[in-house]
Ligand binder design. Structure first.
Ligand code: PMP
Ligand code: GLN
Length: 391
């Protein structure tokens, strides 16, 4: 958690959003929408406050939200979880991830993730005192794909948890059934618990060869998988921090035991609002429309980046795209991102924020930058115009 210089490290998102605020550059760094989610959902939270949902909610989350999460897993994926014993509400997916890793891994255990990986994974594995191992995603004509041989080689007798993320931040990969089956087979063989971060489950974009497949739906996996998601990305309320974990009772109980000492409970008035969002047909239509509009915005940003000289790997999901600045003569994404506000009036995130320093993936993605496209068209157009100045 310390930087190379021994100074406590701020997250890359804090650093880059501060850079955007300081310079007035267009912030395509931290992934959050510049338009809020449905007004009906915001109203449900306001109503809940007016109705007095302002004191500590129950430890595992309010019954209505646990029931709505259980119904969501069942109606979308055919996964059945008892809302009373197998669903836990958390302070966003971030707390779900932290509580899960702290509950299930410790010194001597290895936690295997894909690489690049979402930045909090490395931090919570370090907090747990466990060892972080990785399996690389590699740029191909078909997007970033899991190297199945390297995946098999990354498993050891000490692999305790496998932390999957699909759709994947930062690459935008939607893992295929073949990739997920390979992970599942190895997890069973090594008797590892699978944790899957599916916060972008509803943000699969046009042209993706695969639909979102929760790894818990694969044969034999429900009993060894904890599935994590949250309301932030699906409903465009990233500041509400309502997340959840579903899975077998023994595993969920372990996570709840840790969660009670991290935050105890969270988000009293937001819980009924998210329960409403998960159940309301009008909101479901809004989410489908969000994915459709993100496909269009992905196309706009990808075309702009390519015109500006970047090499782009088209994402299949999430609201991020990875772009290589090497064709423009920039070899270091960190330096480029510090200079980008001045050069182009844009903020991005160096992809090495999501890698282990010195790893093969880190070297391969040194000149790559992550940009988000969950911004209004005029904002993306302004960013693209700025990026053209890099030539
Ligand atoms: N996992 C991934 C892959 C993410 O991109 C994010 C960022 N929102 C999170 C987890 C954290 O989600 P939340 O805001 O619900 O804590
Ligand atoms: N998940 C978002 C991203 O990857 C925001 C993360 C954060 O602010 N911690 O940009």
């Amino acid at each position: 958690l310390m930087g190379d210089d021994g100074v406590p490290r701020a997250t890359v998102f804090a650093e880059m959003s501060a850079l955007a605020a300081r310079t007035g550059a267009v912030n395509l760094g931290q992934g959050f929408p510049d338009v809020d989610g449905p007004a009906s959902v915001a109203q449900a939270a306001a109503d809940a406050i007016a109705a007095g949902a302002n004191q500590y909610p129950p430890g595992p989350g309010i019954p209505a939200l646990r029931e709505a999460v259980s119904e969501h897993q069942s109606s979308h994926y055919g996964l059945t979880w008892d809302p009373d014993r197998e669903v836990l509400v958390t302070a966003g997916a971030t707390e779900a991830l932290a509580a899960t890793v702290l509950a299930l891994a410790g010194p001597g255990d290895e936690v295997l993730t894909l690489e690049p990986f979402y930045d909090s994974y490395a931090a919570v594995v370090a907090l747990a005192g466990a060892t972080h191992t990785t399996a690389p995603l590699v740029a191909t004509a078909d997007g970033f794909r899991l190297d199945l041989d390297a995946l098999a080689a990354a498993f050891t007798p000490r692999t305790r948890l496998v932390l999957v993320n699909t759709p994947h931040n930062p690459t935008g990969t939607v893992l295929t059934r073949v990739e997920l089956a390979a992970i599942a087979r190895l997890a069973v063989e090594h008797d590892a618990v699978v944790v899957t971060d599916e916060v972008y489950e509803h943000l699969v974009l046009d042209g993706s060869a695969s639909a979102h497949v929760p790894i818990a739906t694969l044969p034999g996996m429900a009993e060894r998988t904890l599935t994590i998601s949250s309301a932030g990305k699906t409903f465009s309320f990233t500041g509400w921090k309502i997340g959840w974990v579903t899975g077998p009772e023994a595993l969920v109980t372990a996570v709840r035991t840790v969660k009670q000492f991290l935050t105890y409970v969270n988000g009293a008035p937001f819980q009924p609002a998210v329960a409403f969002a998960l159940r309301d047909p009008g909101v479901a239509t809004w989410v489908v429309e969000l994915a459709r509009s993100l496909s269009r915005r992905r196309d706009l940003l990808c075309a702009g980046l390519e015109d500006a000289g970047f090499t782009v790997v088209r994402p299949q999901g999430t609201y991020f795209v990875l772009a290589d600045a090497a064709p423009l003569g920039y070899t270091d994404g960190v330096t480029l991102c510090r200079d980008l506000p001045g050069l182009a009036g844009v903020v991005g995130v160096p992809v090495t924020a999501f890698t282990h320093a010195g790893s093969g993936v880190d070297r391969a993605l040194r000149s790559w930058v992550r940009f988000t496209f969950v911004k209004r068209d005029e904002v993306l157009t302004q960013a693209v115009a700025g990026l053209h100045r890099l030539h």
